[in-house]
Write a protein that binds this ligand. Structure first.
Ligand code: COA
Length: 259
């Protein structure tokens, strides 16, 4: 595995860091492959309960797909290029573990799309979001035309996608694109503190929450409720459910094992 993406792990939280700071963590093929490999490894590692995704350096989460690679695409290869990015981002969304983007700077183009594939976005007050692809004569290709309207509504998504304008962290908060804003100095500590609280929850219930909530955006209310009842019943069959309810009665902290 190359070092364009690094990973550390502590107290059930894996921190995955995009590591091309000299290129503002632009997403080239090498980086996307390394990210995909790290995601596969945390997906199967039972000791990892929550993932935090961030960018190295003070300036960028990721300033988009690597434009020098992008430039070489044509009408045929462009489809494969978009599908590779989409595959990695879909893996994040369907990882089965909460993934929090700690957006430490520019999140543009593929970087904004990457943050949107995460389940939550915590941003530094210096972060800037945008889909500037229009300025390159293309459209977002890593899910931006689909996830942005789902997150902020069609009019706001179109305003951003058609103009290519950047949005500061407080504006991103006001339209619901980010969950929380911290000072740049506090971002990582605060994100990790939140991640650790999730890491103490019942892992199978976390997975079940993600599964049930994700279906809400993709299906009718009746079908969604059907899925909820079935996923709910699955959690009722876990040892962690027995432990959680027993701990409540015994007035102690539950010790969840993920079984
Ligand atoms: N792809 C490839 N390289 C990129 C990049 C990208 N998306 N974004 C930044 N870089 C590189 C720059 O080329 C520069 O490399 P160099 O030092 O070898 O010349 C380095 O990262 C630093 O970027 P720079 O532009 O000098 O920083 P800045 O602070 O002046 O501007 C941005 C920051 C984010 C406004 C500017 O880099 C930018 O507009 N990037 C492209 C954003 C974009 O269009 N993304 C969508 C791609 S689909």
């Amino acid at each position: 595995m190359n070092d364009t993406v690094t990973m550390t792990q502590l107290d059930g939280v894996a921190v995955i860091t995009l590591n091309r700071p000299e290129k503002l963590n632009a997403l080239n093929t090498e980086l996307l492959s390394a990210l995909e490999a790290h995601l596969f490894s945390v997906q199967t590692d039972r000791s990892v309960r929550v993932v935090v995704l961030t960018g190295s350096g003070p300036k960028a989460f990721a300033a988009g797909a690597d434009i020098s690679e992008l430039h070489a695409q044509d009408g045929y290869s462009g489809r494969l290029y978009a599908e590779k990015g989409q595959r990695v981002l879909n893996l994040i969304e369907r990882l089965g573990k909460p993934v929090i983007a700690a957006v430490n700077g520019f999140a543009l183009g593929g970087g904004c799309e990457l943050s949107m594939a995460c389940h939550m976005r915590f941003a530094a007050d210096t972060a800037r979001f945008g889909q500037p692809e229009i300025n390159l004569g293309i459209i977002p290709g890593f899910g931006g035309t689909q996830r942005l309207p789902r997150l902020v509504g069609t009019p706001k998504a179109l305003e951003l996608i058609l103009s290519g304008d950047m949005l500061g962290a407080s504006d991103a908060l006001s339209i619901g694109l980010v969950n929380r804003v911290y000072s740049a100095n506090e971002l990582m500590d605060s994100t990790l503190a939140f991640a650790r609280t999730l890491a103490d929850k019942a892992p199978l219930a976390l997975t079940a929450c993600l599964e049930a909530v994700q279906i809400a955006g993709d299906t009718s209310l009746l079908e969604g409720l059907h899925v909820e009842a079935s996923v709910f019943s699955r959690t009722c069959g876990t040892s962690d459910f027995k432990e959680g309810t027993r701990a409540f009665v015994e007035k102690r902290q539950a010790a969840f094992t993920g079984t």
